[in-house]
Write a protein that binds this ligand. Structure first.
Ligand code: ADE
Length: 247
């Protein structure tokens, strides 16, 4: 999959594309990218890219022509603008985007972008969460990695399936050596080697973590009776210890 990235800060992406799994995917041809510096399309002696908003207000806006020229240089691809006003990224959105041959990512800065170029050229606006960052570069990296994890060959099937959200639940707890750390042992069932009991422990642990931390995700699950049975005791204990606390 190809990513064309329009940004005022190309250097933001160098370590991202040259480190770890993303770098390996680039080397293996699973993903490719090009970075387009918006500044190249700036106007005047100082290559100015922004201007004050009509009607007043704080901050500056990226100008129509700067964005238009940069997008024209990226070729014909769906354009995604990273902005806190966008639809919030989740796994199903990432999977759908991973089926495309490529996308252009437009990283905003300052107070925003002239709405006319967004209306004309941008197909989708994506937010990575309900908080405001200084620019779209970090969100673009989050989006690229979230999509890349669904590209064939980026991860093994097994590690993708075990991840939080793939099953609709948070991932279960994990442990490695030593078997005891500061007096705390690894749960016995995990070292006994019975695959059925291990799978049951992992499922119960994932259900419990999700019930406690993400009741919204838990409520969306269609669960078997045995799933409820598995954590019923814990839920009862939870409410009897802290009767006034809501989960
Ligand atoms: N740009 C600034 N904040 C953002 C966010 N939360 N998501 C996407 N783009 C952004």
């Amino acid at each position: 999959m190809r990513f064309e990235i329009c940004t005022l800060f190309p250097e933001f992406f160098h370590s991202f594309f040259t480190t770890g799994l993303v770098a390996r995917a680039v080397d293996n041809g699973i993903l490719s990218y090009a970075i387009h510096n918006l500044r190249l399309h700036g106007e005047g002696r100082y290559r100015s890219v922004d201007d004050a908003p009509f009607g007043g207000g704080a901050g500056m806006l990226l100008k129509y022509d700067v964005i238009r020229k940069s997008l024209e240089a990226t070729g014909e691809r769906p354009v995604i603008h990273l902005t806190p006003r966008g639809r919030v990224l989740n796994t199903s959105m990432a999977k759908r985007l991973a089926s495309l041959p490529g996308v252009t990512l437009l990283c905003g800065h300052y107070e925003g972008i002239d709405q006319r170029i967004l209306d004309r050229a941008v197909g989708m606006e994506v937010s990575i969460g309900d908080y405001v960052l200084g620019g779209g570069e970090t969100p673009a990296q989050v989006l690229i990695e979230t999509i890349a994890r669904h590209l064939p060959g980026f991860l093994t099937e097994a590690s993708l399936e075990a991840e939080s959200f793939e099953s609709g639940l948070l991932e279960h707890d994990q442990f490695t050596r030593p078997r005891e750390a500061d007096g705390v042992p690894v749960p016995g069932v995990l070292v006994e080697g019975d695959p059925k009991r291990i799978a049951a422990w992992q499922r119960e642990n994932a259900l419990w973590r999700t019930w406690r931390r993400r009741p919204d995700l838990f409520a969306r699950q269609t669960l078997a009776d045995c799933d409820f049975d598995a954590i019923h005791g814990k839920i009862v204990t939870h409410f009897s210890i802290r009767p006034q606390e809501t989960p």
